[in-house]
Design a protein around this ligand. Structure first.
Ligand SMILES: [Zn+2]
Length: 759
């Protein structure tokens, strides 16, 4: 309903909201029974208790938090690492602390993430994360269980995601929720300002689940575009890097646990049997986790929300979607204890003590039933970022699980049972691993066999030197705005927060998996609106360096692409073109215009691939270019490209058909598929032994009768037989797009030459 829900009791059947007289009247109209707990004429500090601070004595402000973290690190240097993962709007550091043995290293261990204070007024959540830090460091080497946890895992903590908000709560307004974005860009922060950093995440941002607002003055304002807020972006970058198995986000208040996914229309109550982590796995874990909590007043267990709180653009669902995390919102305290800021002396220790068994159990649950380990190259042993899936687990809406790029690590929490694990990566054969999962995680190593292709080029455009090999602009370009440029993308949008018609243009973040910041985008002026920094007036080209692809086939280009097309003009969009004469002439390969991806109000980075052989014969002077086009009237066209990779097979090493033989009788001829040629056509040639002749350095095959087999068919039945006294031979070769195989070489290494005719 758009109310700012302060707290709630599922068991008691009530919610506390923060609203004005209009909102109060609306509650009455809609038939809710309500009473006023506290009335204020203005937002201002409660009667301060110490040093003019709005929040009661004891709670931790940003400066005290920084001192705390520095002291912990000084006292426990070997098992802690202090990082600044981002900088708030007002320039405050957003601190993360890693707790693990050998904390200075990025060890190959499953990670878990605890965070507090997305919302400024929820000051107990800072204390909750500080308590995790205190316990793990103070008891390391003292308590065997704590020591084992710290040794086995990467335990990440972010006590205050929103340090500006925390400072504001102490200084100005103890009910402040958002960050300190100055929405109206005037000289002061008022109730109209701020973005709810827990509505600003990418996944599900601004969709129909409600629970966020496009209105800047709303307590639930989701921001102009996803990740517009540095606090949210810092958490997204951390999540991409560490891929937490469990993500625990502390909020207050309510004494509830909410699990993912709250805001996926696919997860309607009628889909309660879906075999995904969010139902079959996350819910029982949420129940076990919540049951181990003690309420601060001594009651036992927290409530578990049946379908999560249905809100959009929140961290819990983002980490679940992007990183496969089992993610929880844990709401601390109750109204009776004082809501957001319970009396510190009375409630702080009881609240935190009530959480310890629960978060400790969750850390230990990593080693419970799970499918996890490392994906590595079977030859080199190096880690591989691969798609990882279980046949028994359906993931909705384009959701993927991947191993991380640093260790090839993945960790899927499951219930015990039989599973089929599939692991796929570009350049490798798929691995299919049947598994029986018991009560204890058995770490796996999944070696992937290279498919025979080689990486011919790869760049995420992170370094200027890599990007400078590409050129922006071509001789036939005629766009007069929004030309390609390299950089850290600046998001653009149209519409405004009040009218609720916001749409994204350029991405506000790059497309690189893992840690990335840079890519190529069309028009990258900071703070530009969607229609004054997009492509206008024609075409702009991003041209690759030249590559020697001679002697290669099945050359696959893969990349990540962002495209926003505002109009259905068929000439507008993005084109991929190829050249095999070093850019003298170009061949159209593929194009994208107005489609479901590009016209969505919230476009996203999409992984694409194209096999060059289907458009050109890969040669020694091959280039490609991405052309963004706005033809005719000025419509919105915004494109971005990242993570380009080129892989191919060697004609010399792999481009020969092998295993040609008769099967069972003399009429069926079979052979092996060429590596990488899943769309290969095969030609079967029949020749007359009497016509074979050696001529210099070649073998003349004579007149051949040639039959083409459909894509992927690896056999041929010849009903004909040679006349008495004569003999036939058979050969096969493949054709993939514009690439040719050949007839191979004879016994003495002589090249076989022959021309086919149809029968
Ligand atoms: Zn909150």
């Amino acid at each position: 309903m758009g109310y700012d829900v302060a707290g709630r009791s599922l068991a008691g059947g009530w919610v506390e909201v923060i609203t004005d007289s209009t909102g109060l009247e609306r509650l009455d109209r809609e038939g809710f029974e309500s009473s006023v707990i506290e009335r204020r004429t203005h937002r201002r500090p409660l009667a301060s208790t110490v040093d003019g601070r709005a929040v009661g004595a004891g709670y931790t402000d940003p400066a005290e938090l920084e001192r705390f973290l520095l002291q912990v690190h000084a006292d426990h240097a070997a098992i802690t690492r202090l990082e600044v993962i981002g900088t708030s709007i007002e320039g405050r550091p957003i601190h993360a602390m890693l707790i693990s043995d050998n904390a200075a290293e990025d060890e190959d261990e499953p990670a878990v993430l605890f965070s507090g204070l997305h919302h400024a007024r929820e000051v107990m959540t800072v204390e909750a994360v500080m308590d995790v830090i205190d316990r793990l460091t103070d008891l390391y080497g003292v308590d065997p269980l704590t020591t084992a946890r710290v040794d086995a895992y990467q335990i990440w903590t972010v006590p205050a995601v929103n340090p500006d908000g925390l400072a504001w709560v102490f200084a100005e307004d103890d009910l402040w929720r958002k960050n300190l974005r100055n929405n109206d860009a005037n000289s002061r922060i008022t109730w109209k300002d701020g973005v709810d950093v827990n509505r600003n995440y990418v996944w599900g941002w601004g969709n129909q689940c409600q629970g966020s607002s496009s209105v800047g003055s709303s307590e639930l304002y989701r921001g102009a575009f996803p990740l517009s807020e540095p606090e949210t972006a810092a958490m997204v970058r951390l999540g991409r890097r560490i891929r937490p198995v469990f993500d625990v986000e502390y909020h207050s208040y309510g004494e509830d646990v909410f699990y993912s996914m709250g805001c996926d229309p696919a997860f309607s109550p009628t889909l309660s049997t879906i075999a995904g982590p969010d139902r079959a796995v996350a819910r029982p874990i949420a129940e076990d986790y919540a049951a181990r909590m003690d309420q601060a007043d001594g009651g036992s267990g927290f409530d578990v929300a049946p379908f999560g709180n249905r809100v959009d653009g929140i961290g819990r669902d983002h980490q679940a979607h992007e990183n496969g995390s089992i993610a929880f919102v844990t709401e601390l305290n109750s109204l009776a204890e004082g809501g957001f800021q319970p009396d510190y002396a009375a409630w702080r220790d009881a609240t935190l003590a009530g959480q310890r068994a629960a978060w400790g159990w969750l850390i230990d649950r990593i080693a419970g039933p799970a499918v996890g380990g490392n994906v590595v190259d079977a030859v080199s042993g190096l880690p591989i970022e691969a798609d990882v899936s279980l046949d028994e687990m359906q993931l909705p809406d384009g959701r993927r699980l991947t191993s991380d790029p640093y260790h090839g690590r993945f960790h899927i929490i499951v219930v015990p049972g039989s599973y089929t694990l599939r692991v796929r990566a570009v350049g490798y054969r798929e691995a299919v691993v049947p598994l029986v999962v018991s009560d204890v995680w058995q770490p796996l190593v999944v070696p992937l066999d290279p498919d025979g292709s080689s990486s011919l080029y790869r760049s995420s455009f992170e370094q200027p030197a890599e990007a400078s090999l590409w050129s922006t602009g071509a001789i036939d370009d005629d766009a007069d705005g929004g030309l390609w440029e390299w950089g850290s993308p600046n998001g653009t949008h149209t519409g405004d927060a009040v009218s609720g018609d916001l749409q994204l243009g350029a991405p506000g973040f790059d497309g690189t998996s893992g840690e990335g910041e840079h890519g190529f985008v069309t028009g990258n002026a900071p703070l530009a609106a969607i229609d004054d920094d997009d492509v206008d007036g024609g075409r702009t080209s991003l041209v690759s360096p030249g590559w020697d692809l001679g002697g290669r086939y099945a050359v696959t280009l893969s990349w990540r692409q962002w495209l926003r097309v505002g109009d259905a003009d068929p000439a507008d969009g993005l084109e991929l073109e190829l050249s095999t004469d070093d850019g003298q002439s170009w061949v159209a390969a593929e194009s994208w215009g107005a489609d479901a991806d590009s016209t969505a109000a919230l476009p996203r980075w999409v992984a694409r691939s194209f096999v060059l052989d289907h458009a050109v014969a890969p040669g020694p002077a091959t280039r490609l270019r991405f052309c963004a086009v706005d033809a005719g009237s000025d419509d919105v066209v915004e494109a971005a490209i990242d993570d380009v990779e080129l892989r191919g097979f060697s004609l010399l090493d792999q481009g020969r058909v092998t295993g040609l033989r008769f099967e069972s009788d003399t009429t069926r001829i079979v052979w092996e598929a060429v590596p990488g040629g899943s769309l290969a056509l095969y030609e079967v040639a029949r020749g007359d032994l009497a016509s074979l002749a050696t001529a210099g350095d070649r073998v003349e095959l004579g007149g051949l009768v040639c039959l083409t087999q459909p894509e992927g068919v690896l056999q041929f039945d010849d009903e004909a037989t040679p006349p008495p006294g004569s003999g036939w031979f058979y050969l096969t070769r493949f054709r993939l797009g514009f690439s040719d195989g050949d007839w191979g070489t004879g016994g003495a290494g002589l090249l076989r030459v022959g021309t086919c005719t149809s029968p």
